[in-house]
Design a binder for this molecule. Structure first.
Ligand code: BJW
Length: 253
């Protein structure tokens, strides 16, 4: 792993201080040090589970109880995971008045639990549910005790409005992202001065296009990851260091 040279950190901290608009595109690696498994790579979810069996509409239609069982077990594991120094550094930077917006692929809610408002969640949120038939959504994220009390192995939850079943409000493979959310993310990528691409393999589209759009529009694009990715060559600079270590340095007061 390459250590971060002092001059590079100083330059990036200056860019952070001076940028009019900063976008952080985050992925599973940001939550890795909170104990949340990533998707790809060693110990990743897709090494142990087949996405086709659990994270598609077809899988849910085939066996909603199986899919709910998997999401409920992931929710239970998340109860033990807290925001780490990386999440907190971003929230504190916004608190200090930095013009920073987080666009995340993560469904764990940890950026919000760290105190950030207005996080753009591209792939939904595991603590929210939506009806398969009507527009009803149910948000279970507000209160820790309520999250802890959620049922473990009941039948799939029912919609309070129409009585059909609820599903996790996350984006599965082959599903369109919420149009308003992804359009806003592209607008932010086109207008930002500085983009940080943190803890994502950039293998999943359309999110993976955001760093390329930002760079093309003239932004300085900084990758923070523990290893090179498919966008490393397209970024202005890459820092190979864990997010919970790098972000506090970049956003230190
Ligand atoms: C650290 C670290 C530390 C570790 N510090 N770093 C070709 C072109 C365009 C699209 C496609 C295509 N082929 C197929 C598609 C479609 C598909 C896709 O992109 N597939 C690719 C895999 C090829 N995309 C879709 O289906 C999307 N929808 C779509 O395209 O709609 C269009 C459409 C049009 C017409 C008809 C229908 C549709 C939807 C994608 C939904 C993704 N959903 C998931 C699951 C969410 C729910 C759940 O969790 O159960 O979202 S998949 C999973 O991947 C999850 C993540 O948000 C997403 C991205 O993963 P991420 O965050 O990058 O994690 P990892 O694990 O990949 O990487 C972690 C990184 O962290 C690594 O680089 C580590 O090194 C690093 N790291 N520790 C810093 N401490």
């Amino acid at each position: 792993m390459t250590a971060m040279p002092v001059e590079l950190i100083a330059d990036l901290r200056r860019r952070v201080r001076e940028a009019d608009e900063i976008i952080v595109l985050s992925g599973a690696g940001v939550s890795a040090e909170s104990g949340v498994p990533t998707y790809r790579g060693a110990g990743g979810l897709w090494k142990n589970f087949r996405a086709q069996d659990l994270a598609t509409v077809e899988a849910f239609d085939r066996d909603p109880a199986l899919v709910w069982g998997w999401y409920r077990s992931r929710r239970r594991a998340l109860l033990d995971c807290e925001p780490n120094a990386g999440h907190r550094a971003l929230a504190e930077a916004v608190e200090r008045g930095l013009e920073l917006r987080v666009v995340t692929q993560n469904i764990d809610g940890l950026h919000t639990f760290a105190g950030l408002d207005g996080v753009l969640e591209l792939h939904g949120n595991i603590w929210r549910e939506k009806c398969v038939r009507c527009p009803q959504t149910v948000d279970r994220s507000a209160d820790y005790q309520a999250r802890r009390a959620l049922p473990v192995d009941d039948p799939p939850p029912e919609c309070p409005e129409c009585g059909d079943i609820l599903r996790p409000d996350v984006v599965w493979f082959g599903e369109q992202l919420d149009t308003r959310v992804i359009e806003q993310a592209f607008r932010l990528a086109e207008s930002c001065e500085l983009m940080l691409v943190v803890g994502t393999s950039c293998e999943v589209h359309p999110a993976a296009l955001l760093p390329l759009v930002a760079r093309k529009a003239g932004a300085y694009v900084v990758e923070v990851n523990i290893e090179p990715t498919v966008v490393t060559d397209r970024c202005s600079v890459s820092l190979f260091e864990p997010a919970a270590r790098a972000l506090p340095k970049l956003f230190a007061e």
